[in-house]
Design a protein around this ligand. Structure first.
Ligand code: CUA
Length: 161
C-alpha cells in the first residue's frame, strides 16, 4: 500500500504536467484555428482601400447621400481626424440607410445613440451597416473609438426629416 504522504508529490507532478500539456495543446489549437479560419476584423470589413488613397478613391472621393431605391439610401462616409464627411447626412423619415464608412488615418467609430448603429472604422477597411430611421429628428452621430486629441469633438448629425 502506498503511503499517501510519499506518493502524493509524484501524482502532483503528473497532474502538473497534465495541466501544462493541456494548456499547450489548447494554445496550439486556438492558434491554428485563428489562422485556419482566416480571422479578420468583424464582418463588413471585407473591402479595403489603401488608407492614403481613401479621399481619392470612389466612392469615398465624394462622400454623401445617394438614393439607391424607394426610401433607401447609401450614405458614403469618411471618418477622419476629427470630423465626418458628410457632416449632416439627411434622409426622409422611414428611410433605410446603408452606411459605407472608411477612414484615411486612424481607427474611428460611428455610433448613433438611441439606435443600434455602432461601427468600428479601420483605416482603409470599408465598414457597412444598414439601419432604418423611422422617427424624424436630428440624431447625434459620434466617434466612439479614441482617436486622438480631437476625439471628444468628433461628431456629426444624422438628419431625418
Ligand atoms: Cu475619431 Cu474618436
Amino acid at each position: 500500500m502506498a503511503v499517501l504522504g510519499i506518493d502524493l508529490p509524484r501524482y502532483e507532478k503528473i497532474w502538473l504536467w497534465f495541466g501544462v500539456i493541456t494548456l499547450i495543446i489548447f494554445l496550439l489549437v486556438t492558434g491554428i484555428m485563428a489562422f485556419a479560419m482566416n480571422l479578420h476584423p468583424a464582418a463588413g470589413h471585407e473591402r479595403t482601400v489603401a488608407p492614403e488613397q481613401v479621399l481619392s478613391t470612389a466612392p469615398f472621393d465624394k462622400p454623401g447621400v445617394y438614393p439607391v431605391g424607394d426610401k433607401e439610401y447609401q450614405v458614403v462616409m469618411v471618418a477622419q481626424a476629427f470630423n465626418f464627411l458628410p457632416a449632416a447626412p439627411t434622409v426622409p423619415a422611414g428611410s433605410t440607410v446603408h452606411f459605407r464608412v472608411t477612414s484615411p488615418d486612424v481607427i474611428h467609430g460611428v455610433a448613433i445613440p438611441g439606435t443600434n448603429v455602432n461601427m468600428m472604422v479601420l483605416p482603409g477597411h470599408v465598414t457597412e451597416f444598414t439601419y432604418t430611421f423611422k422617427k424624424p429628428g436630428e440624431y447625434l452621430l459620434l466617434c466612439n473609438e479614441y482617436c486622438g486629441i480631437g476625439h471628444q469633438v468628433m461628431m456629426a448629425k444624422m438628419v431625418v426629416q
